[in-house]
Design a protein around this ligand. Structure first.
Ligand SMILES: NC(=O)CC[C@H](N)C(=O)O
Length: 240
């Protein structure tokens, strides 16, 4: 392989709901088309996160209990992760991971679980309710439609410098109120979509992959990734 990306799977042993690791596998699948591969390190409790080593970070979802453990450990990685994000490092944060890169998440029992506040959103709790089911959103910048499955207690509200990943067409999204889903901040993407999101949405997988490749190899030609194979009509949304 001509090109190699180094990916960090952040707390992949604790936060990997519905096989969120599939997001890296999907990127690796498309990477082959441009002679690239992705090497993955698990970066977990007690490990150091080196912002200069990684070209992509995946931070998956998890249960409230695991999030309380991660919340304590991640404070030691806060500065390095914030540097990585601010420097335009590509990241995909799903559900619990998305909550933890913001200020805090109020868990289902009312406990405050601090995040790292690298992004300006915060997440509240619902009273005896979860948002569960299929979800469809539209990203206005690209006109692309993304499909996924959400299962969360948290209701997230975006803050300064954050724009949504998409507008909700079906399902609940960030908070069930303002019609937004997920976040984009610099090259960091957050979403409540499991599925995994990149396995189900080729266009987004290629967009994030290309960002990572171009950042590391600015002079190489990755235009082969602009070609989409997916037939979006295949994404049949099953109503609950
Ligand atoms: N699927 C998840 O990652 C869930 C995140 C969090 N525990 C919540 O319920 O909102």
């Amino acid at each position: 392989m001509t090109y190699t990306l180094h990916a960090a799977h952040l707390y992949g042993d604790l936060m990997n709901t519905y096989g969120d690791i599939g997001n890296i596998l999907a990127m690796g699948y498309y990477a082959k088309a441009v002679d690239a591969k992705i090497d993955v390190d698990l970066v977990s409790l007690g490990d150091t996160f080196d912002p200069n080593k990684y070209d992509f970070v995946l931070f998956g979802g998890g249960q409230d209990y695991e999030q309380t453990i991660v919340s304590k450990d991640i404070q030691a990685k806060k500065a390095a992760l914030t540097d990585y994000i601010e420097d335009g490092g590509p990241m995909l944060a799903i559900c619990g991971g998305y909550q933890m890169i913001g200020h805090y998440y109020i868990g289902a029992q009312g406990e405050k679980i601090p995040g790292i506040g690298a992004l300006d959103h915060y997440t509240l709790s619902q009273d005896n309710n979860r948002f569960i089911g299929n979800i469809t959103i539209k990203n206005d910048e690209t006109n692309q439609t993304y499909y996924g499955f959400e299962n969360h207690n948290g209701t997230t509200f975006l803050g300064k410098g954050e724009r949504p990943l998409g507008k909700v067409l079906q399902g609940h999204g960030n908070n069930g109120k303002d019609g937004t889903e997920g976040v984009i901040y610099k090259n960091t993407f957050g979403s409540y979509f499991h599925g995994p999101i990149l396995a189900r949405n080729e266009a987004l997988a290629k967009r994030i992959l290309k960002l990572a490749l171009k950042r590391k190899y600015p002079d190489a030609d990755f235009s082969a990734l602009d070609q989409l194979n997916e037939d979006l009509t295949k994404n049949v949304v099953i109503k609950p």
